[in-house]
Design a protein. Sequence first.
Length: 295
Amino acid sequence: MPELPEVETVRCGLAPVMEGEKFSDVLCRRPDLRFPFSPKFAERLRGARVTALTRRAKYLLAHLSTGETLLMHLGMSGRFLIQLADNLEARQIGTYEQEIGSPEKHAHVVFTMSNGAQVTYSDPRRFGYMLLLNADEIASHRMMKGLGIEPLGNELTADYVAARAFGRTTDLKAFLMDQRHIAGLGNIYVCEALFRARLRPTRKAAVLTKSRGGPTAACERLVGAIRDVLREAIDAGGSTLRDYRQANGAAGAFQSTFYVYGREGEPCHNTGCGRAIRRTSQAGRSTFYCPSCQR
DNA sequence: AAAAGCCCCTGGACGC
DNA sequence: TGCGTCCAGGGGCTTT
């Protein structure tokens, strides 16, 4: 799954072929993904024009001329494949390796746009989903309400994070993974941000807050680290894991700059350190950190 | 209310 | 080659 930088990369890839275009055909090759498709999903999409393709946290939203909005989540293994009308160029947008030998097996949804482009959604694990909602349903929808701030907007401040962390008993890893506080971080970028902020993931979220509730120096470092790592990742086109065959520019490049994620046993990159990166488990997810640089 | 588990699903890597 | 086990970028739902 794609975390915020990957979803933003997907949005940038899809926007040129979808914005301003109509759905001329919609094919669902199974009745559900994580959830059943909305009733008459394909029928309601057909003929609708995409007025804008936006992102909220890890969600993609296609705003439609009909007043409805197509809400899409990529789950862990969702990706989009674009085939342009002239069929000369196929670009893979997303994060998961194409199934060797059976590329169609997990192609669950196919959009044909009025410009002739075909947009295929595949998702082997089917943790992703697509829902068609009215404008008033969006804000109150259980997936969207309660979602925290966008980490790349002006709302992400040390004051905000300190206030959110105040009185919490969870550790930093769980606090940052919780989408109700900051929306869009996932396992990779939480690990990377905590490394950059020199904070051990098992520390309590309370280290971000002074006794009066204000932000600590650690909190200031963390906020800067979150902004930096997300911005750098988006600039690099996101991270692509388990797919080293694509060299056409669609695959992300940020994974080569990981300091800790997936680097268990490898030396810390900080100059003068070189300690082996450690892996541990928190809430059933892997956590990577440098035992020397992160305290 | 907050925090911690459990579960959804498929496939790849690894050990025997 | 064929198991069995563990792991994977998320998050909704249920239980404590």
